[in-house]
Ligand binder design. Structure first.
Ligand code: PLP
Length: 391
């Protein structure tokens, strides 16, 4: 039987990753079994009427799902967590839960693209107005808050352009005006950024990224304060959101090694980013973990580590030269998503409406995997040779 986990937050982070969400096991096995289930039986009509038993129906959770929910809630230091079939669903459902006709939401201009699409297409259909704000606005958010502003949505750093937001300052202004603060916390993975200690009411992760960690699972998590949970959870249930036991088990397996993997991702990413910063072909590296980055001081103040995800701006160069660099890379796959064990590269074209995005040249987003950084650097060096030959 698992021992009591009441004081897990007093333990060091590495220990928490081992302890979190234990206690849903059976027959002495370390991990919970994979429950696949729709129907849950009740012993009698009285229990059916009250629903007073731990599990009532598959969409309302299984022990496998609860184990992962509890693990994430404990690691993030929130009250409770719910799981979604994708990170995108975990972004949109909380907005639906807290916004109603006539409300206004302040959305960060550096937000994940599909979230912007949701705000620009679906929310107006429900009579919700959206305005975008400068990610670097800090306490200045107070001037944009309207009497009907219900939610201030943040994403720090922006997952393509890497601006670090002053979350405590934004949260203070939002709460003073009675608005909730949500954060897309995928970059910090609820591990390197403690959303609740910095004033957020709701922390969202694409668990597809570091919790899954192996590019083989799609999932989102939403973790809430006690005050927010009920309203959020009602909408979660109404919309029929749930994940399977198979997916939950896969994500829980990834989560156990997340601390170790993220440490290596960060170390490798800093090595590669420092090297890129010194390259003559590179105008700028956008990575808050690097000294000199515009977000470095805030990152140092609020984060305990960095994701292995950053963006580089090349000096002006033809598309043909960019293709020569990228297409020939052996260790960097061309593709979306990140947080898996393998390195990736993708061109990025952020959409802005409240601020300007004016890169000197083409922008590439890199996810640094668990390969040896010396091999990654050699691969990129060969790529720059091809770029120069093609320029
Ligand atoms: C990937 C990502 C999402 C969406 O996650 P999916 O599981 O791919 O839907 C949301 N926010 C950020 C910052 C992401 O990087």
């Amino acid at each position: 039987m698992a021992k009591s986990k009441s004081d897990i937050l007093s333990k060091k982070p590495a220990t928490r990753f081992v302890l979190a969400g234990q206690g849903h096991t059976a027959n002495g096995f370390v991990n919970p079994p994979v429950y696949r289930g729709s129907t849950v039986l009740f012993p009698d009509l009285a229990t059916l009427a009250t629903g007073n038993q731990p599990y009532t129906y598959g969409t309302h959770g299984t022990p496998t799902v609860r184990a992962l929910e509890e693990a994430v809630a404990r690691l993030e230091g929130g009250y409770r967590t719910r799981l979604f079939c994708s990170g995108l669903a975990a972004v949109t459902v909380p907005l639906l839960a807290f916004l109603k006709q006539g409300d206004h939401v302040l959305m960060v201009d550096s937000v994940y693209g599909p979230n912007r699409r949701f705000c620009d297409t679906l929310l107006p259909n429900y009579g919700v107005s959206v305005s975008y704000y400068d990610p670097l606005i800090g306490a200045g958010i107070a001037d944009l808050i309207r009497p009907n502003t219900r939610v201030v949505f943040t994403e720090s750093p922006g997952s393509h352009t890497m601006e670090v937001q002053d979350i405590p300052a934004i949260a203070e202004a939002a709460h003073k005006a009675g608005a909730l603060v949500m954060i897309d916390n995928t970059w910090g993975a609820g591990h390197y950024f403690n959303a609740f200690a910095h004033g957020c009411d709701l922390s969202i992760q694409a668990a597809t990224k570091y919790i899954g960690g192996h590019s083989d699972v799609l999932m989102g998590t939403v973790t809430c304060t006690a005050a927010c949970f009920q309203q959020f959870d009602t909408t979660y249930e109404i919309l029929g959101q749930c994940v399977s036991g198979d997916e939950a088990a896969l994500a829980l397996r990834g989560l156990r090694t997340m601390d170790v993997r993220m440490e290596r991702h960060m170390k490798n990413a800093i090595t590669v980013a420092e090297w890129l910063k010194a390259r003559p072909e590179v105008a700028r590296v956008l990575y808050p973990a690097l000294a000199g980055d515009p977000g470095h001081e805030l990152w140092k103040r609020d984060f305990s580590g960095a994701a292995g995800l950053f963006t580089i701006i090349l000096k002006p160069v033809t598309q043909k030269a960019v293709a020569a660099l990228v297409d020939g890379l052996e260790l960097f796959g061309i593709g979306y998503s990140w947080g898996g064990y393998e390195s990736l590269v993708v061109p990025t074209h952020p959409v802005r409406t409240a601020t300007r995005w004016q890169p000197e040249g083409p922008a590439l987003r890199l996810q640094i995997g668990l390969e040896d950084p010396a091999d990654l650097i050699a691969d990129l060096a060969a790529g720059f040779k091809r770029l120069q030959a093609s320029a």
